[in-house]
Design a protein around this ligand. Structure first.
Ligand SMILES: Nc1nc2c(ncn2[C@@H]2O[C@H](COP(=O)(O)OP(=O)(O)OP(=O)(O)O)[C@@H](O)[C@H]2O)c(=O)[nH]1
Ligand SMILES: [Mg+2]
Length: 212
C-alpha cells in the first residue's frame, strides 16, 4: 500500500477573510500580562532569521510584523489579533550564533514562560525550519523539549523559493525522515516571497477554529 504523504493537502476547507489585524499585545518583561484567550492562538517559533515575521505577514496579507536582514530582530512575544477573534503569536528567534549566553538564557526564560502559561490556549505551534539546510542543533534541542512537553508542532519549511524542484523534493524527504525521530508528522513547505504554503497554513487554522 502506498504510504500516505505527510505533506498537508492543498484544499481549503473553510477560508477565513482577514478583516482586521492589530498588534494587540507585546510581552517584553516577566510581569507583562498575556491577553484575553478569546478563540485561541497559533504560535510561530524558529531560529532567528528563519522567516517567522515574513510568514506572519504573508499569512495576514499585511506588513504588520517587522522583517529584517539582521537576525535577532523579534525579541518579544508579539500577539497579533485577527478579526477580534484569535491570535497569531510571533515568538522570539533562537540559535543566532552571535548571541551571548545571557541572551540565550533570556530567550529560554521567555519561551519557557510562554509554554508553561499559554500552551492551554495554543491551538497549533508552527515550528519554522529553513528548507535549505540540515536540521540545526538548536532546532533539534527545541524539538526534544517540545516532545517532553507533549507539544506536537507542525513544521513549516521556509524559503522554498530558493530551491529548485529537485532540491526541494530531496529536502522534503530528508526532513520527513529526520523529523520522524521527534514524532513530527506534519510538514508544510512555504515561501513567504512566492506565497506558497500559505493556503495550507490557513487550512490548519480554519480547521482548528471550527473544532469548537
Ligand atoms: N527568499 C526568501 N527570503 C525570505 C523568505 N522569508 C523571509 N525571508 C528573508 O529572511 C530574512 C529574515 O526574515 P524575518 O521574517 O525577519 O525572520 P525572523 O524569523 O522573523 O527573524 P527574527 O525576528 O530575527 O527571529 C529577511 O531578509 C527576509 O526577507 C522567503 O520566503 N523567501
Ligand atoms: Mg521576526
Amino acid at each position: 500500500m502506498k504510504q500516505e504523504s505527510k505533506i498537508e493537502n492543498q484544499k481549503i476547507v473553510r477560508p477565513i477573510k482577514v478583516e482586521s489585524v492589530e498588534l494587540e499585545k507585546i510581552i517584553a518583561k516577566p510581569n507583562d500580562k498575556f491577553p484575553e484567550p478569546l478563540q485561541g492562538e497559533f504560535a510561530f517559533v524558529g531560529r532567528s532569521n528563519v522567516g517567522k515575521s515574513s510568514l506572519l505577514n504573508a499569512i495576514l496579507g499585511k506588513k504588520v510584523a517587522f522583517v529584517s536582514k539582521n537576525p535577532g530582530k523579534t525579541r518579544t512575544i508579539n500577539y497579533y489579533l485577527v478579526n477580534h477573534k484569535f491570535y497569531l503569536v510571533d515568538l522570539p528567534g533562537y540559535g543566532y550564533a552571535r548571541t551571548s549566553k545571557k541572551d540565550r538564557e533570556e530567550w529560554r526564560k521567555v519561551i519557557e514562560r510562554y509554554f508553561s502559561e499559554r500552551t492551554w490556549n495554543m491551538k497549533v505551534l508552527f515550528a519554522l525550519v529553513d528548507s535549505r539546510h540540515e536540521l540545526m542543533e538548536s532546532d533539534a534541542q527545541l524539538f526534544e523539549w517540545l516532545d517532553i512537553l507533549g507539544i506536537e508542532p507542525i513544521v513549516a519549511l521556509t524559503k522554498i523559493d530558493k530551491l529548485s524542484n529537485t532540491e526541494l523534493k530531496r529536502q522534503i524527504d530528508y526532513f520527513e525522515d529526520v523529523l520522524s525521530a521527534y514524532k513530527i508528522k506534519r510538514i508544510i513547505p512555504c515561501s513567504s516571497l512566492k506565497k506558497e504554503g500559505i493556503d495550507r497554513i490557513w487550512n490548519v487554522i480554519s480547521e482548528e477554529l471550527s473544532k469548537e
